[in-house]
Design a protein around this ligand. Structure first.
Ligand SMILES: Nc1ncnc2c1ncn2[C@@H]1O[C@H](COP(=O)(O)OP(=O)(O)OP(=O)(O)O)[C@@H](O)[C@H]1O
Ligand SMILES: [Mg+2]
Length: 244
């Protein structure tokens, strides 16, 4: 059974029809790259997967459960299972790195401070971020903030991670670090959707790619499929020939 399944998703903002019937599914352990021009509706789809937006029509299944009609209270359960990595890291500026990572654990788990400390230490160690416990976000570079943001998003051990442009604006070193973090989670069995304009990262981490164009998924396939079809719509989009 697919971990994520979106069926005939439609959504308009005012008179603007953004999604005209989006269909996509993500299998257990798979990383799906979702690409498409600016403003085509990628972030709205990700937000809908944790109930931050509701479709006008259509269905969203997470682990086989249709969530689009769920109340905020029910959605709390989905948000424990599905982590959303915001583009800007979304760290709390007034808290240290340690407290940023501790926040979800203190709010949502019965762990003791000692256990929280151990969890944070191992997470920072695993992602090469040790030595930053007592630093404030403003003292970190943008690349480091994004890495800490990713570390915080996944500290609850989610089953699914939604990445919204996690490498946008990053230098090659930080981009590689983010790719490594994603691959490490994937190796652990995490299912993910990776929204980006960064094609090298798509090739580095994704199993399959889907192209959102004019409100629908108009092409999808594996990287190998793409290579076999250099004249296809996906390849034309990637090469800047087909527009947004
Ligand atoms: N809350 C909102 N109110 C009004 N319009 C919105 C809202 N959220 C999204 N939109 C519109 O929906 C469209 C899709 O937005 P979305 O942020 O999903 O695009 P995107 O594909 O993520 O673009 P980008 O690649 O630039 O991040 C845009 O035209 C945007 O203006
Ligand atoms: Mg977006």
């Amino acid at each position: 059974m697919a971990v994520i399944e979106v069926k005939n998703f439609t959504k308009s903002f005012g008179s603007k029809k953004v999604h005209r019937g989006v269909n996509l599914s993500v299998e257990p352990g798979e990383c799906l790259g979702l690409i498409g021009g600016s403003g085509v509706g990628k972030s709205v789809i990700l937000r809908s997967l944790i109930g931050l937006e509701k479709p006008d029509s259509g269905e969203i299944f997470i682990d086989g459960e249709e969530i689009s009609g769920w109340t905020e209270r029910q959605l709390v359960e989905i948000r424990k299972k599905v982590a959303y990595v915001f583009q800007n890291g979304a760290l709390f500026d007034s808290m240290t790195v340690y407290d940023n990572l501790a926040y979800p654990l203190r709010e949502h788990t019965p762990l003791t401070e000692k256990e929280i400390g151990e969890r944070i230490h191992s997470q920072l160690e695993e992602f090469g971020l040790l030595g930053n416990h007592s630093v404030y976000p403003s003292q970190l570079s943008g690349g480091m903030q994004k890495r800490v943001g990713l570390a915080r998003s996944i500290i609850m051990g989610p089953k699914v991670v939604l990445y919204d442009e996690p490498t946008a604006g990053l230098d090659p070193y930080n981009t590689k670090k983010i790719q490594e973090m994603i691959l490490r989670l994937k190796a652990r069995g995490v299912t993910s959707v990776f929204v980006t304009h960064d094609m090298p990262s798509v090739y580095a981490v994704c199993d399959r790619i889907a192209l959102l164009l004019n409100g629908e998924i108009q092409a999808s396939g594996t990287v190998q499929d793409l290579e076999r079809d250099p004249e296809g719509l996906m390849q034309r989009f990637i090469n800047g020939i087909e527009g947004a």
